[in-house]
Design a protein around this ligand. Structure first.
Ligand code: PMP
Length: 405
């Protein structure tokens, strides 16, 4: 098992911001030196456009970019030609909803989502539904903060053409039994789309065991740069899917009025990609692999258990989400009737960075009966001392706001 304090030393942001207790990795993680260096090295030594130039420098850039694709494939236990580079999970999910959804959905079809989805796995499906006449249904979340599995079974039918689900909730920390749900949905002939934005950074993921058709992730939440994410797609599904964006790099032959397209993954990478960012993401994936994703998950769970235990000591603090072993490294809370934004400002004054708001999950917050929550999230560079500082800051904030609670 790695030592989070040693890991922390790999991240320059902490030396440059002494006293910072960073508890917002679920929004975007910090970057290790090797990732930052990879960006600079690429621009200083290897940059040219990819897949175009006949000259050596362009070939080197192409090799580095394709090497990153292989690294991501290794990280997800997939084949490189199933890895499509996109900007982020949002783009990956839009790609599927537009390209697959518009070509395959019809009036009378149903899109099954869940109430704990991030807006990135809701709104693209709403847009696809509006254009095709398909209907959206959602699996409810129980009072215990988990998916209602009986309701899932009841909602699944021959009409279900898509089942889109998050691997881990960015608010509740609940980890969904995706492989089982996916198997049931695929048995009915539904396309299964997994939002791995919170899963990929924290859980060992083998897409070959997930029973899904698509898996979306954001590189910037898993130690990589912003601007690079991945859509993994099952080879035969990708092969049958029409393009999303048209332009250079994704075509075979172009006439004035029509074109034919290249095979995946290039078919879905129109235009010049985020080359340096993809390379940086490849390095991030290697860094995580070296830490060991089993150990990352173990570390996250242990820290989350510790956080839940300690936070229960704070009077008037309401914690959201399930208890149990399979809970990921986010903890959402509210202090009495205090607006979470005021609470987060008070925590920030004490050097503790947490996120507040609806965390792009308004339907879930409606289910929880609140407009907003504060959220602390942990990653490989956090340890118990960060939780202790959060606790101290919360107790001080409570003292300060006592009259308003
Ligand atoms: N899904 C989930 C579960 C998320 O937590 C996020 C990021 N908050 C996203 C999707 C969207 O990620 P991005 O903004 O990087 O596209």
């Amino acid at each position: 098992m790695f030592d989070p304090n040693e890991v922390k030393r790999d991240f320059p942001i902490f030396a440059n911001n002494p006293g910072l207790t960073f508890l917002d990795s679920a929004a975007s993680s910090q970057k290790p030196r090797v990732v930052i260096d990879a960006l600079a090295h690429y621009y200083e030594y290897d940059h040219a456009n990819v897949h175009r130039g006949a000259y050596e420098l362009s070939q080197r850039a192409t090799e580095a970019y394709e090497h990153a694709r292989a690294q991501l494939a290794g990280f997800l236990n997939a084949d490189p030609d199933e890895i499509v580079f996109v900007r982020n999970a949002t783009e990956a999910l839009n790609l599927v909803a537009y390209a697959w959804g518009l070509a395959n959905l019809r009036a009378g079809d149903e899109i099954l989502l869940t109430e704990m989805e991030h807006h990135a796995n809701l709104v693209p499906w709403q847009l696809a539904a509006q254009r095709t006449g398909a209907q959206i249904k959602a699996v409810p979340v129980t009072a215990a903060g988990r998916l209602d599995l009986d309701a899932f079974e009841a909602l699944l039918s021959e009409r279900t053409r898509v089942f889109a689900v998050t691997q881990m909730s960015n608010v509740l920390g609940a980890v969904n039994p995706v492989a089982e749900l996916a198997a049931a949905a695929r048995e009915r002939g539904a396309l299964v789309v997994v939002d791995g934005a919170q899963g990929a950074p924290h859980l060992p993921v083998r897409v070959d065991e997930l029973n899904a058709d698509f898996y979306a992730l954001s590189g910037h939440k898993m130690l990589g740069p912003t601007g690079a994410g991945v859509l993994w797609g099952r080879r035969d599904v990708l092969g049958r899917m029409p393009p999303f964006l048209g332009g250079g790099s994704m075509i075979d032959r172009v006439e004035i009025t029509s074109s034919s397209y290249t095979a995946p993954p290039q078919r879905f990478e129109a235009g010049t990609p985020a080359i340096a960012e993809a390379i940086g993401l490849g390095v991030a994936a290697e860094y995580l692999k070296e830490l060991g994703m089993d150990d990352v998950w173990e570390h996250d769970r242990r820290l989350t258990r510790y956080a839940l235990e300690r936070l229960r000591e704070v009077p008037d603090l309401h914690l959201y989400g399930p208890t149990g072993e399979d809970r990921g490294a986010v903890v959402a809370f509210n202090l009495g009737s205090l607006h979470p934004h005021d609470l987060a400002t008070a925590l920030d004054e004490r050097g503790v960075a947490v996120r507040t708001g609806h965390h792009c999950a308004q339907p879930l917050h409606r289910r929880l009966g609140v407009a907003a929550t504060a959220r602390a999230s942990f990653y490989v560079y956090n340890d118990e001392s960060d939780v202790d500082r959060l606790l101290e800051a919360l107790l001080e904030a409570r003292e300060f706001f006592k009259a308003w609670l």
